[in-house]
Write a protein that binds this ligand. Structure first.
Ligand code: DX5
Ligand code: ZN
Length: 220
């Protein structure tokens, strides 16, 4: 059975002076989600953008707002990100102090009407997230160390995707698998073979003349 593949362009790589146009372009060229990378300069060594930008972005397009918060203390901000426009809010397992906190944040996201995602960094063992999959709508496997666009894909992500695909299918769960970092046609194909559902891509999709063909290629 052929799985449908979704593409979620990461606007971290967009031209912020033309953000509205950039979003219209990816929407017209076949994107399904808009990947919104929030970085706090503490959980990751970079600072990107936050709630005021999300407020403007939300409602300016018909894509799913796929918000990836690479921040410390996600529990404190979860409700505000959902209320400001996140359709999916994905936080980091490594930013949580306990299993209880992970579950509390998932509940906060659901109670505010959004889908809950959990992300794991390259060094985190995929086994550490399996127990949450029955509550999650999305599991984001980082194939780069979070913090920057334009990094090289880390093949260690492929085995994690295979383990997740197996577990989700054998337990008949509805959790989508997303991969993020260094995705292009070649690495995207490897991730699709491994069982991914959603491909995040930033530098591969922004500032290029063949954006439509590239998005179509990733979805094939
Ligand atoms: C990295 C971000 C990724 C990044 C992807 O911390 O989470 O979404 O923007 O950018 P590329 O596709 O250029 O690796
Ligand atoms: Zn991201």
């Amino acid at each position: 059975m052929k799985r449908r593949i979704y593409v979620s362009p990461s606007i971290l790589s967009a031209d912020f002076l033309r953000l509205g146009e950039e979003i219209k372009s990816i929407e017209a060229n076949g994107a399904d989600y808009l990947h919104f990378d929030v970085m706090d300069g503490h959980f990751v060594p970079n600072i990107s953008f936050g709630l005021p930008v999300l407020k403007n972005v939300k409602g300016s397009h018909g894509l799913v707002n796929d918000v990836h918060i690479m921040i410390s203390n996600p529990k404190f901000y979860a409700e505000r990100f959902v209320k400001t426009g996140a359709d999916i809010l994905t936080f980091h397992l490594e930013a949580c102090e306990s299993e209880q906190e992970v579950r509390e944040i998932i509940d906060i996201i659901h109670q505010n009407g959004a889908k809950a995602g959990l992300s794991i960094k390259p060094k985190t063992d995929v086994k550490d997230c399996l127990k949450y999959l029955d509550q999650l709508d999305l599991l984001l496997v980082m194939s780069v160390e979070p913090g920057f666009g334009g990094q090289a894909f880390m093949p260690s992500a492929l085995e994690k995707i295979r383990v997740l695909r197996d577990y989700i299918d054998s337990h008949k769960l509805n959790c989508l698998i997303e991969v993020d970092g260094g995705i292009n046609q070649e690495t995207g194909d490897l991730c699709k073979e491994a069982g991914v559902d959603i491909l995040v891509a930033g530098s591969y999709l922004f500032g290029v003349a063949d954006q439509k063909e590239r998005i179509e290629g990733l979805k094939k």
